[in-house]
Design a protein around this ligand. Structure first.
Ligand code: FAD
Length: 283
């Protein structure tokens, strides 16, 4: 029997928020026992490209937790990627989550860079930093731009063939979608660990926006939750914690390899979920 991986995701504070607010998030996550914390990458032409490395360094040094730094390819040239990789190396990250990123609204006509797909960035990182572990993203319901799940899984295989050795999934609300996806990945010969991405429901507006943006299916139970408690935040959040805990319980009972919890920098929510599921992580 394998020990499931447990990882958390945090994001750098927004540009207008003091960088120190990340300490509130990290302090609040104390007591959870993640194998690593991943730090998202501010995407786009005006993003602060150093924040991810700085926060990853803080997590490793001050909180003694391994980190994974996200990195997006669109709008970057090789020099910018090299710069980020050097910063990640200095921060002693445990790995890089190599992503394509999204086209920014209003920037469609701008130069999007030299890595059209995540697989191109993965291959470049393997060449440039052969000792760096490379992670990649995957989509249990298929990526929103892809024609079909099978097509998307075929492109996922290209990312693994290019050198990704660990996959982290997009959020999903119906575990049946994840199990179907796992079957397809195994049939495609993908044999690296795949963590299930869990995002607790905390606001009706953000679930609806995210679902529309990512093509995430909202099952009846979640839709009912949003209708019933959409205007009653404490109740919605309590229901969201219950739903996410049950989702994780079912995934672990079905022997998935790992859980990647999107904390959304809301440590109280993450803590309450952890309290519910900690006994299920046999360590
Ligand atoms: P890719 O793997 O390149 O796939 C994108 C699309 O192109 C898919 O439809 C795929 O099927 C298709 N495709 C791939 N290869 C080919 C090919 N050779 N020919 C034709 N089509 C192809 N975004 C951020 O900006 N910052 C973050 O920190 C961040 N973190 C994330 C973490 C996770 C766990 C996940 C799941 C997503 C994250 N994202 C982040 C969002 C991500 O950038 C978007 O989902 C983006 O649209 C796709 O990135 P990708 O790396 O999966 O792209």
């Amino acid at each position: 029997m394998h020990t499931p991986i447990f990882s958390l995701e945090v994001f750098p504070p927004k540009r207008d928020a003091p960088i120190g607010t990340i300490y509130d998030t990290l302090d609040g996550l104390e007591g959870l026992k993640p194998d690593f914390i991943s730090v998202t990458y501010g995407h786009g032409t005006h993003a602060d490209r150093t924040a991810t490395a700085r926060i990853a360094n803080t997590i490793r040094k001050d909180y003694r937790i391994p980190t994974v730094a996200h990195l997006t390819a669109l709008y970057a040239d090789k020099a910018k990627i090299d710069e980020a990789l050097d910063l990640f190396e200095d921060a002693q990250v445990g790995g890089v989550l190599a992503l394509r990123g999204d086209h920014l609204p209003g920037c469609e006509s701008e130069e999007t860079g030299v890595f059209p797909h995540a697989a191109d960035l993965i291959a470049y990182i393997r060449e440039r930093k052969p000792d760096m572990k490379v992670f990649a993203a995957c989509y249990p319901e298929g990526h929103v731009e892809s024609g079909s799940l099978d097509e998307d899984v075929a492109h996922l295989k290209e990312k693994v063939d290019a050198g990704a050795t660990h996959l982290m999934s997009q959020l999903f609300y119906d575990n049946a979608d994840f199990y179907r996806f796992l079957d397809k990945t195994r049939a495609a010969g993908i044999d690296v660990p795949i963590e299930a991405g869990i995002m607790p429901v905390t606001s009706a507006k953000s679930v609806r926006a995210m679902a529309a943006r990512n093509g995430t299916r909202v099952p009846k139970a979640v839709a009912t939750m949003l209708d019933k408690w959409g205007d009653d935040l404490p109740s919605l959040r309590a229901a969201g914690i219950g739903f996410a805990s049950q989702q994780i319980g079912n995934l672990l009972a079905n022997d998935v390899q790992g859980i990647h919890l999107y904390t959304m920098n809301r440590p109280a929510t993450a803590r309450r979920i952890w309290r519910n599921v900690e006994p299920l992580f046999t360590r």
